[in-house]
Unconditional design. Structure first.
Length: 173
């Protein structure tokens, strides 16, 4: 099973060093300094990556491009250690991590509702502060049917039952 780390851009360099991923999914806005920062860190780390540029919005708002199916997902066959980052590491990256792990699971023929629940648990274990982007969650449901529905239901339950007082939020920023 692929190990996963979910992080924000301001601790990206540190988390690449600590986690030692063999592949990174990099998510930034389409413009601005985040993209420059992320690509610079990734180049220095010399780690293979796929970069996606879209805004953390649920739909088209004032010209901000939302995530879409063409943004999703370019992965090697079976990365052992996958790191996913966005700006804060709580919205776009957990949602993209769900889709990435679902893709990998589907490649192995594991597409049951139980697999969906397992994937949601894996993402929330990696990032308990997850508040996945709703547009990306809708894409997961569209792409993966029953497994996608189970991921979303389990994720909602995990978020609603999380004791945030026990979560170390200092690693996000």
């Amino acid at each position: 099973m692929t190990e996963i780390s979910i992080t924000g851009i301001f601790v990206l360099e540190r988390d690449i060093e600590r986690f030692k991923p063999d592949f990174v999914l990099s998510i930034t806005d389409r413009d601005g300094c985040d993209q420059e920062i992320a690509l610079d860190v990734l180049a220095k780390a010399q780690v293979p990556y796929h970069h996606m540029g879209f805004y953390d919005v649920p739909r088209l708002l004032n010209g901000c491009v939302p995530p879409s199916l063409p943004d999703m997902i370019e992965l090697p066959d079976a990365p052992e250690r996958l790191l996913v980052h966005c700006h804060a590491g709580v919205s776009r990256s957990p949602a993209v991590a769900l889709i990435a792990l679902a893709h990998l699971s589907a490649r192995m023929g594991e597409t049951s509702e139980e697999d969906g629940r397992r994937i949601a648990q894996q993402v929330f274990d990696a990032q308990p502060m997850s508040q996945p982007n709703k547009r990306i969650l809708a894409l997961a449901q569209q792409l993966f049917g029953d497994m996608g529905d189970a991921m979303v239901r389990e994720g909602i339950m995990l978020r609603e039952t999380c004791d945030y007082s026990k979560v170390a939020a200092n690693d996000i920023w």
